[in-house]
Design a protein around this ligand. Structure first.
Ligand code: CO
Length: 437
């Protein structure tokens, strides 16, 4: 069962080489389950028990499933992120070296582990804006073959490299595209060819590198799953499966996956945008409810912010907290931070602990070492726009932000089960009393 789900996760990841592809993969799963797309620009006509989804920028997506009796409803929300640290290809993509090589001019997106991008086949995926019959169309592009590589410098040219090296993203990490065979302009030609369009009809591009290595299940007892993009598409996948399986007649179940977490979320489609706020407000008013109803609903709502967590590193166990440290295959991680970089508090932890007990899945607790800064995520950023009770969780993994990350086989299944229980619940918070029905 664990292996089957891991294989399903890996095929989801393979279909999702860029943020745009990830959102498309999610939309496809939703449509298979009867969800209907509604545009932000259309008039919303929705009805109880209905299933809908809406995208923004083709890189963030929010789906919702309405209960049938929404007199005293609340929103049950799980949110994850669709983007990953990578390198973005610049508009003028080609650079010539010694009139021999053509390399691609790239810049970093998010905080990647640079060393993991070297000496492995890479390709390019993203979206292209194409002009057709006087209007623009968004086309997804995945050059589905080994196309570029970032070659290391030989040890003989850099004897100190193993003592630590500061990578310069304008010098060291530019991928090699050709060695005399192609000439300048061929990269744009290749894109046009891949899309079957004329070069002059390409008006805009958001293209990123991705790792061509396929995901794998491995280890003495096949306990690990490795792939690119586990942070955070493992959570995006797990919360989606739980969302599709859950329903409560008094709840509006909401599934959100946001772009741009890796660069701070402050974009028109990120968790720091109005996207979630707008969607929740519109659901409320499209149901014919009042402003007062909206505020009551939000007060009875709960958000699970799901983003992967650091497992204890086998070579560096000292890097994690002495007692609030987590291991792969030992369950969902609840993350806490005194400075509230994570939203978890006594109330939300209690609710989530109850959910995991009902789902019969193990729970672990993570906090940063008190002398380390640690990361942050989208939960607290989203809270500044839509403020509700929230818990920060994730699945334990190694090598976060590597081009090839490692997680536990069992943990995806734990997340699916817990999310199903969450989405089957109505969380009632009134007068200091909290109950789950
Ligand atoms: Co993440």
């Amino acid at each position: 069962m664990y292996k089957k789900l891991s294989q399903e996760l890996l095929s989801f990841l393979k279909k999702s080489p860029s943020t745009f592809h990830a959102v498309k993969s999610i939309a496809e799963e939703l449509e298979k389950d009867g969800y209907q797309e509604i545009g932000e620009g259309s008039i919303w006509s929705i009805s109880p028990e209905g299933k809908y989804y809406v995208t923004r920028n083709d890189s963030s997506i929010i789906a919702f499933h309405l209960g049938k009796d929404l007199d005293n409803y609340g929103f049950n929300i799980a949110a994850s992120h669709s983007d990953v640290p990578t390198f973005k290809v610049k508009e003028k993509a080609e650079l010539e070296v010694k009139k021999k090589y053509i390399q691609l001019n790239t810049e970093g997106y998010g905080g990647m582990l640079c060393s993991t991008w070297f000496d492995r086949p890479l390709s390019i995926a993203g979206r292209v804006l194409v002009k057709k019959d006087g209007h623009f169309e968004t086309r997804l592009l995945n050059v589905d073959r080994d196309l570029v590589m970032i070659p290391s410098m030989a040890i003989h040219m850099n004897r100190q490299v193993n003592d630590g090296y500061a990578y310069n993203k304008q010098v060291d990490t530019l991928p090699l595209f050709s060695c005399g065979e192609a000439s300048k302009g061929d990269f744009d030609k290749l894109i046009a060819q891949e899309l079957g369009v004329k070069e002059c009809d390409i008006y805009g591009k958001d293209l990123y590198l991705y790792n061509r290595a396929e995901g794998t299940v491995w280890g003495a007892e096949e306990e690990f799953v490795s792939s690119q993009h586990l942070d955070d598409l493992q959570c995006a996948f797990g919360t989606l499966k739980g969302f599709l399986a859950g329903y409560h007649e008094n709840s509006v179940n909401v599934y959100a996956c946001f772009d741009n977490e890796e660069v701070g979320s402050a974009t028109k489609q990120g968790a720091g945008s109005t996207f979630l706020y707008d969607v929740l407000r519109r659901i409320n008013s499209a149901l014919g409810k009042t402003e007062e109803d909206y505020y009551r609903a939000v007060s009875m709502s709960f958000m699970v912010s799901a983003d992967n967590a650091h497992a204890v590193h086998p070579n560096h166990p000292e890097k994690t907290d002495a007692s609030n440290c987590v291991y792969m295959n030992e369950g969902i991680v609840v993350k806490s931070h005194a400075g509230q970089k994570y939203t978890s508090d006594a109330v939300s932890v209690a609710v989530f602990r109850e959910i995991c007990e009902r789902a019969e899945v193990p729970l672990q607790f993570f906090a940063n070492r008190s002398d380390e800064a640690g990361g942050s995520t989208l939960g607290n950023i989203s809270s500044t726009k839509v403020s509700l009770n929230a818990v920060d969780i994730g699945l334990p993994q190694l090598a976060m932000h590597s081009a090839y990350e490692t997680a536990g086989m069992k943990d995806t299944a734990y997340l699916v089960k817990a999310m199903e229980v969450f989405y089957n619940s109505h969380i009632c918070m009134e007068g200091g009393r909290i109950s789950l029905s």
